[in-house]
Design a binder for this molecule. Structure first.
Ligand SMILES: Nc1ncnc2c1ncn2[C@@H]1O[C@H](COP(=O)(O)OP(=O)(O)OP(=O)(O)O)[C@@H](O)[C@H]1O
Ligand SMILES: [Mg+2]
Length: 516
C-alpha cells in the first residue's frame, strides 16, 4: 500500500502573492511536536482540523479538545462552498474531496461523548494537588494520604474514597503524625473542602471506574485511518484547572504507558493541546519543569504534542524550544505586550529574505499563516507565507442528532457508559468503622456483663459441677467481624494484583507507572 510521507498544509506564496509551492509536514517528524498560534478568528481551529485530517489519513490516531464545538465537524463531510473551492484552486489542491473522518467523542461529564474517567490513584498526588490548588502543607497531607492508602491496601478510586481516607486520617492524626510528619486538622479540612468544590463542578464524574484505557484512543478504522478522539470541552472550560490537569494527566499516562520506539516513520499518536496557556498559567515551577521533561521524552514514544494558543508567549521558552513544526497565524500589535509577542514569534523562525517576519505576522489574512516545519535531517525549513488548505470535513459543529449517531456507532459504545463502584477505600473504611463500632459495643456489653458478674460475685453460689460455665462472659464477636473485613481487604488486594499492597511506582508527573 502506498504510504504518504507528509501532510499537505497549503501553498506558500511569492512576494507578489502568486503560487510558490506546497508546504508540508513530514510524518517522520510529526513527533517533533508543534505550535499553532494566532489571534481569535485567524484560522487556528481550521489548521488544527486539517492537521487532524492529515494525521488520520496517514493512519495516525489523534486526540484533541473541542472548546467551541466546531472541531466536531471532523465527523461529517464538508459541503462545497465557493470560498473553499477558490482556495483549493489558489493552492493547486487538485483532488479536493469532501469526506468525514472516524471520530470518537469523549466527555468528562458523559454528556456529549463517552465518559472519560480516571481513578484518584492514577492521577496521583502531584496533579491532584494542582487540581485542588493546594498549598504546600496541604499537598504534604495529600502525599501522606496516598502513601497510607498504598500501605494499608486501600484503593483510592473516586472522590468518596479520598474524602473518607482524609476523614480517617484526621481521626488518627496524632498516631499518624508520629509516623509521617505533621497532619493538622486544618489542612485536612481545607483539602476536604476543596474536594467538595471540585465535586460541585462535576469532578465526581471524572474520578472513578471504568477508567480510560489508553489503547482505546489509539484505534485505527478498518480502512486504515487513525481515530480522531474529540473531547467535548465547552463545559469543561468553565473549570480551566480541571481541563488543564486532565490533559496533563492524559499526556503523562501516554508517556508512562507507551513503549520507547525511537524515531518512527510516523507518530503513534498526536495530541493537540488547545488553550495551552491554561496549562502554564500560574503553574508552579516544578510543574512547568516536569511538563518540559514529559514533552521532551514523549517524543521517543512516538507521541507528537501540538500546542494551540493565541500567543507564543503563553508557552515557556524551554517548551517552545522543543516545538519543531510551527504555524503562526496573524497577531495584532497594538499594545506593547502584543508587539513583544509579534517580535518573539518572528524571532523563532528561520528568516526568509523575501519578507520581514514581524511585519508579515500582523498582515496575514484569515486562514493564512507563517509556516515552518522540520525538513530533512530535522532542520527547520525557511519560514513561508502560506495559504492553509481548506478542510475536507465540515466547518462548524454537529447537530445533537448527528452527534448521538456518531456516539452510538463508536467502537467503544457501551464500554464506558456505566460507572462501576467496586470496593475501595470508602467501603473498606466504612466497614472498618462499622466493625470498630460493633467491637466497642461488644466490649461495652462484655464490661457490663463482667460488672454484673462482679456484682453478683458478692454472693457465692455453691459449686454445682461445672455450672459456673454458664456465667462465663459472652465471647466477643468483634474478632469474627474483623476477620470479615480483613478478608474483604485481602480480596481487594488480590483483585488489583500487584498495584496495591506495596508502594506504587509513580512517574514524572506522579501518575502510576504501569506494567509492574
Ligand atoms: N484554511 C482555511 N480554509 C478556508 N477557510 C478558512 C481557513 N482557515 C480559516 N477559515 C475561515 O475562517 C473562519 C475562522 O477560522 P477559525 O475558526 O479557525 O479561527 P480561530 O483562530 O480558531 O478563532 P477562535 O480563536 O475564535 O477560535 C473559519 O470558520 C473559516 O470560515
Ligand atoms: Mg478556534
Amino acid at each position: 500500500m502506498w504510504q504518504a510521507e507528509s501532510i499537505f498544509l497549503g501553498a506558500s506564496r511569492k512576494p507578489d502573492d502568486s503560487y510558490q509551492g506546497p508546504e508540508e509536514l513530514l510524518l517522520k517528524y510529526g513527533n517533533r511536536h508543534g505550535l499553532v498560534t494566532g489571534a481569535t478568528g485567524t484560522g487556528k481551529t481550521v489548521t488544527l482540523q486539517i492537521l487532524a485530517e492529515g494525521f488520520s489519513d496517514a493512519g495516525v490516531p489523534v486526540f484533541c479538545a473541542d472548546i467551541k464545538g466546531d472541531v466536531a465537524g471532523l465527523a461529517k463531510a464538508g459541503e462545497p462552498k465557493d470560498f473553499l473551492a477558490k482556495r483549493a484552486e489558489a493552492i493547486q489542491l487538485a483532488d479536493y474531496q469532501f469526506k468525514e473522518f472516524p471520530v470518537v467523542f469523549w466527555d468528562l461529564f458523559g454528556e456529549q461523548g463517552h465518559p472519560i474517567r480516571a481513578t484518584v490513584s492514577e492521577m496521583g498526588p502531584l496533579l491532584l494537588s494542582r487540581l485542588l490548588n493546594l498549598t504546600e502543607a496541604q499537598e504534604g497531607v495529600v502525599n501522606i494520604a496516598f502513601k497510607l492508602a498504598d500501605e494499608e491496601g486501600m484503593l483510592l478510586l473516586d472522590m468518596k474514597d479520598m474524602q473518607s481516607m482524609l476523614a480517617s486520617m484526621a481521626e488518627r492524626a496524632s498516631e499518624l503524625s508520629g509516623r509521617y510528619g505533621n497532619i493538622t486538622k486544618a489542612s485536612v479540612g481545607a483539602i476536604q473542602r476543596a474536594l467538595l468544590v471540585l465535586e460541585g463542578q462535576g469532578g465526581d464524574h471524572f474520578f472513578g471506574e471504568p477508567a480510560l484505557r489508553i489503547s482505546d484512543l489509539m484505534r485505527t478504522s478498518r480502512d486504515g485511518r487513525g481515530a480522531i478522539n474529540v473531547l467535548a470541552a465547552d463545559r469543561l472550560m468553565m473549570n480551566p484547572r480541571l481541563y488543564a490537569t486532565f490533559l496533563l494527566w492524559l499526556m503523562s499516562e501516554l508517556f508512562e504507558e507507551l513503549p520507547e520506539i525511537g524515531d518512527p516513520d510516523k507518530p503513534k499518536l498526536v495530541f493537540f493541546f488547545d488553550e495551552a496557556h491554561l496549562l502554564f498559567a500560574d503553574a508552579p515551577k516544578v510543574l512547568v519543569e516536569r511538563v518540559e521533561q514529559v514533552v521532551r521524552l514523549i517524543r521517543s514514544k512516538g507521541v507528537g504534542v501540538y500546542f494551540v494558543t493565541q500567543n507564543p508567549l503563553d508557552v515557556p521558552e524551554t517548551v517552545l524550544a522543543q516545538l519543531g513544526n510551527r504555524v503562526q497565524h496573524a497577531l495584532r500589535a497594538y499594545t506593547p505586550r502584543e508587539q513583544k509577542a509579534v517580535k518573539t514569534a518572528a524571532e523563532t523562525f528561520r528568516p526568509n529574505p523575501d519578507f520581514d517576519c514581524a511585519d508579515a505576522i500582523t498582515q496575514l489574512g484569515t486562514g493564512e499563516a507563517l509556516v515552518s516545519t522540520l525538513a530533512e535531517k530535522g532542520v527547520p525549513s525557511m519560514v513561508q507565507r502560506t495559504l492553509i488548505r481548506p478542510p475536507s470535513s465540515r466547518l462548524g459543529p454537529l447537530t445533537p442528532d448527528e452527534r448521538r449517531q456518531v456516539i452510538a456507532q463508536s467502537p467503544v459504545a457501551g464500554q464506558y457508559d456505566t460507572t462501576v463502584d467496586r470496593e475501595s477505600a470508602y467501603e473498606m473504611l466504612a466497614k472498618q468503622a462499622d466493625a470498630k463500632a460493633r467491637a466497642e459495643e461488644d466490649q461495652r456489653a462484655r464490661e457490663a456483663a463482667q460488672k454484673e458478674e462482679a456484682a453478683r460475685g458478692r454472693w457465692t453460689l455453691p459449686d454445682m459441677n461445672g455450672d459456673g460455665r454458664e456465667r462465663a462472659p459472652a465471647k466477643p464477636r468483634a474478632s469474627n467481624r474483623q476477620t470479615v473485613a480483613e478478608a474483604a481487604m485481602k480480596s481487594v488486594v488480590r483483585s488489583v494484583g500487584s498495584s496495591v499492597g506495596r508502594a506504587l511506582v509513580r512517574g514524572i508527573l506522579g501518575s502510576l507507572k504501569k506494567g509492574f
